[in-house]
Ligand binder design. Structure first.
Ligand SMILES: C[S@@+](CC[C@H](N)C(=O)[O-])C[C@H]1O[C@@H](n2cnc3c(N)ncnc32)[C@H](O)[C@@H]1O
Ligand code: SF4
Length: 387
């Protein structure tokens, strides 16, 4: 069992390839003509062995195939990864195995084989239910194809989530309400709703710099956020994290491990990890370029840069940065366990009290959490708490 006090141990596996690059996306994703699946499979397995040797005695609670577009992986590759994880570590009986999928008909055709490989949860990148918005977002599917893929996914996997992007140029609160109410009617147990962010280096960043993206202003953004909470709350999918909504009990356990500041191994190009080795928590980070990662892994068994030990100060910041995203907040007992100190040793009590009085944070004898007002400006809250 995992829980706020036992955050679990996850394995993240990054598949860095996509059929095309979406104009908003700054993930480590690349378009390549041909991918040698056998070579990639062997390298992923080698890196799993490497991390298993570094984490004896751990029990794996989740595997997450992220990307890029891991639904482009051959199901045999996913099966080999899952089998190797189970050979390398003890795994829990209810091991959660999630795969991110693009909702096209080609990928839906692979769902049966991916389910047979052991995948038991998919997260579909639907992004919008409106064809014009999908074209604007550079997606290769239209709404009908996405909904058909959602139906196939619901047939093959016990657990299905999908992603939507809101606060798109020109989007009104009324449009979003209609779209979201429709999204909530499809019976998924989990929905991720991301506010469109303009990431440096993307095509949207170029358009925004030229003044060609008419993004909603702050006031509309706040209204969109509030409408999201209201509609999904009423649909039985309350937010358990800033952008993630689920039926209680249907939260993504793998992502909860990150937010609860548990350990995870990051496998594949650009993957990050957090591992406790002896008394030290270390950050691992793999080479981002797929070809460099592949060559390094083939040559020496892993594609990671040197380990980065996380000092006490950074550990405190990371833990609060992640934990305050969650509705449950950060249990004070976890702070003691992870950092060996109590709240007063950790932070300036006057700053904390000011944020509590301002209505941005809430503190009781069990936990520290962000209020709804705090969640909407979490970066600023953290900056004044930790600065
Ligand atoms: C790694 S991507 C998902 C994988 C899959 N390739 C896809 O596109 O469906 C994770 C999710 O992050 C969200 N996302 C990525 N970039 C974003 C941005 N700039 N603003 C808002 N959401 C974003 C999208 O909803 C996307 O589905
Ligand atoms: S959003 Fe998904 S499909 Fe689009 S480029 Fe990023 S990872 Fe690839």
């Amino acid at each position: 069992m995992t829980g706020a006090l036992n955050p679990g141990f996850g394995i993240y596996v990054h598949w860095p390839f996509c059929l095309s690059k979406c104009p908003y996306c700054d993930f480590n994703s690349h378009v390549r003509e041909g991918v040698d699946q056998a070579r990639w499979r062997a390298a992923l397995l080698a890196e799993i062995d490497h991390y298993a040797a570094r984490t004896p005695g751990r029990t794996v609670t989740s595997i997450f195939f992220g990307g890029g577009t891991p639904s482009l992986m051959e199901p045999a590759t996913a099966a080999a990864v899952i089998d190797r994880v189970a050979e390398c570590w003890p795994v829990t009986a209810d091991l959660e195995i999630t795969l991110e999928a693009n909702p096209s008909s080609v990928e839906a055709g692979r769902f049966a084989d991916l389910a047979a490989a052991g995948v038991n949860r998919v997260s579909l990148g639907v992004q919008a239910l409106d064809d014009r918005a999908l074209a604007f977002l550079g997606r290769r599917h239209d709404a009908a194809e996405a909904l058909a893929a959602l139906e196939v996914a619901q047939r093959h996997f016990g657990r299905v989530s999908f992603d939507l992007i809101y606060a798109r140029p020109g989007q009104t609160v009324a449009d979003w309400r209609t779209e979201l109410e429709r999204a909530a009617s499809f019976g998924t147990e989990h929905l991720s709703v991301y506010q469109l962010t303009i990431e440096p280096g993307t095509r949207f960043a170029t358009l925004a710099a030229r003044g060609e993206l008419d993004l909603p202003g702050e006031e509309t953004q706040a209204e969109l956020y509030e409408a999201t909470q209201e509609i999904l709350g009423a649909a039985g999918l309350p937010a358990y994290e800033i952008s993630n909504h689920a039926r209680p009990g249907a939260e993504c356990r793998h992502n909860l491990t990150y937010w609860r500041y548990g350990d995870y191994a990051g496998v594949g190009p650009g993957a990050h990890g957090r591992l406790t080795v002896g008394e030290t928590k270390i950050a691992t980070r793999a080479h981002r370029a797929p070809e460099i990662w592949l060559e390094r892994t083939e040559a020496r068994g892993h594609g990671a840069h040197e380990d980065d030990p996380i000092d006490a100060e950074a550990r405190r910041s990371e833990m609060l940065l992640m934990g305050l995203r969650l509705a449950e907040g950060v249990p004070l007992a976890r702070i003691g366990e992870e950092l060996g100190s109590d709240l007063d040793q950790l932070m300036d009590r006057a700053k904390l009290d000011r944020l509590v009085r301002g209505g941005f944070l809430a503190l009781d004898d069990q936990r520290l959490r962000a209020t709804s007002a705090g969640l909407q400006r979490l970066n600023a809250v953290l900056a004044s708490l930790l600065g």
